[in-house]
Design a protein around this ligand. Structure first.
Ligand code: SF4
Ligand code: SF4
Length: 490
């Protein structure tokens, strides 16, 4: 008599030793893949202690996550011309970015950059699904860093599960205390790193660790430290599953050519255990390539079984791909039973991205945004000029038969060096300026400059005339701004 059992991890599949397994219902019939319906899977309650996995995609992910973390901490320490290269100085309302100074008026440029980044993300998603989540999202990077610390102190996933259940002892208290202290220190450093994009980094770290920082700076650092600790230490995958909006709308960017982590159900089913090196086609013709080792579930940071189909909890980290490839290697089966595959890859359909409307749409949008950013940067002036007319009176008549109009000029030097400017007024009529035309402004300085423009009454027709103020950098005449305004006479 054949002996059969039902595994808890794959309740739909009978494991039968000594008998051909009965036909089973595929978890994702291929016909359903075309719709790419998203399925949800209940995640285990409490912390998920997933296994550490090694392999190609895990090396790639670790490398990219590490690069992100190193850049995040190191960038505020890079200086250009004695100034922090990236600094959002809220009090001065200036944003320094590698030698460029952006003012609130320039924030359209930042808006373009954000829009371009969003379209780039959509564009990449069309090709590689949620690859951003697995490889570059800070939530993933910090979560894996926290889990790495946890693993070094508490041991493998099985040991961590046992420790969770074990009664409190001196050893458990020591391990938990060490872990939380290290998590706390990492969180505090992360809080400092985040605030160092707003406050000069070198002083900030010293001030925080010597308790010399101001009350509000300390509050903000601790606020971000607590957020990091809760996020990466406790919330982890819950943030991806319940809070991240990207996971909810990613499906609209997918099409049949999107390569995302997918289980090849056609090849894998019927799943079932077997001896190593057993050739399914010879000994168990009805068995698929999935040996039901459950490793793909054990390594998953969001606790899902990718064999149940595409799920919004999947962050495309590739851990299950590496785990399954390891198993396939042991059984001498073909790689990529789970892999970065598209629906068309599985069906064996040849395809080209160029014809995809999403590829074209997002690609064109990215190119347009890059052109807009280029034009914005090219047209950016290093001088800012605002002309405001005197609101008290339209004009004044002087004793020597002249008409004068008064204006308030707001001139800003948007560079990081002292500049000398030439002020001029242009018009078809002969006007003269009653103000010093040479203006010196320190780096970032804004000057409120009152000027009076004078004209002979005999030369003026009545009504409003157009005049133009211009401010020119004396050393760089190509840096010039001008603004038109009205000149009134009786
Ligand atoms: S790792 Fe591969 S072989 Fe093992 S259960 Fe998952 S899909 Fe099946
Ligand atoms: S299913 Fe695979 S790729 Fe998706 S989150 Fe889990 S381990 Fe990562």
């Amino acid at each position: 008599m054949p002996k059969c059992e039902v595994t808890p991890n794959s309740p739909n599949v009978n494991k039968c030793v000594g008998a051909k397994p009965p036909a089973v219902e595929l978890h994702i019939p291929i016909k359903n893949l075309s719709s790419r319906n998203l399925q949800t899977t209940n995640t285990p309650s409490g912390n998920i202690h997933f296994r550490e996995q090694k392999g190609y995609f895990q090396r790639l992910r670790t490398m990219m996550n590490s690069l992100l973390i190193v850049l995040f901490f190191a960038l505020p320490f890079i200086s250009i011309d004695g100034r922090q290269a990236i600094l959002l100085d809220v009090s001065q309302q200036q944003f320094f970015f590698f030698g460029i100074t952006l003012w609130p008026q320039d924030f359209t440029l930042l808006a373009w950059i954000f829009i371009a980044a969003a379209f780039s993300l959509f564009f990449i998603t069309v090709f590689w699904g949620r690859v951003w989540c697995g490889y570059l999202c800070p939530q993933t990077a910090w979560t894996f860093m926290y889990v790495w610390i946890e693993t070094r102190i508490e041991g493998s996933s099985n040991k961590r599960k046992q420790l969770d259940k074990a009664p409190w002892s001196a050893s458990k208290i020591a391990k938990r205390t060490t872990k939380h202290l290290l998590w706390g220190l990492t969180a505090l450093l992360t809080g400092c790193a985040f605030i160092s994009y707003f406050i000069p980094a070198r002083e900030l770290y010293v001030d925080i660790f010597t308790s010399n920082a101001s009350f509000w700076v300390t509050c903000w650092v601790w606020f971000f430290a607590v957020c990091t600790y809760l996020n990466a230490g406790w919330m982890r995958e819950q943030m991806c599953i319940h809070c991240c909006p990207y996971s909810r709308f990613q499906a609209v960017m997918f099409d049949a050519n999107t390569k995302t982590v997918t289980y090849d159900a056609q090849r894998g089913e019927s799943r079932g255990p077997r001896k190593r090196k057993q050739q399914t086609s010879l000994n168990e013709p009805t068995l698929g390539d999935c040996v039901d080792c459950n490793l793909c579930v054990e390594v998953c940071p969001t606790g899902i079984d990718i064999r149940n189909g595409l799920q919004y909890e999947c962050i495309n980290c590739g851990a299950c791909v590496d785990a399954c490839n390891e198993t396939m290697l042991k059984f001498d089966y073909k790689q990529n039973l789970i892999g970065y595959m598209s629906e068309n890859d599985i069906k064996g359909v040849r395809y080209t991205y160029w014809r995809s409307p999403r590829f074209l749409g997002y690609g064109i949008a990215v190119i347009i945004m890059l052109i807009v950013i280029g034009l914005d940067l090219h047209g950016r002036s290093e001088i800012q000029l605002n002309v405001i007319r005197d609101r008290q009176s339209l004009y004044r008549e002087t004793a020597d038969n002249k008409i004068e109009n008064t204006y308030q000029l707001k001139i800003r030097n948007k560079t990081q060096e002292t500049k000398q400017y030439q002020l001029a007024v242009d018009s078809e009529m002969p006007f003269s300026l009653i103000a010093n035309p040479i203006i010196t402004l320190a780096a970032g300085e804004q000057l409120d400059y009152p000027v009076t423009v004078l004209a002979d009454r005999d030369n003026l027709a009545s009504g409003r005339k157009i005049i133009q103020f211009s401010v020119t950098d004396i050393k760089q005449p190509d840096q010039q701004v001008s603004q038109k305004t009205g000149f009134f006479s009786p």
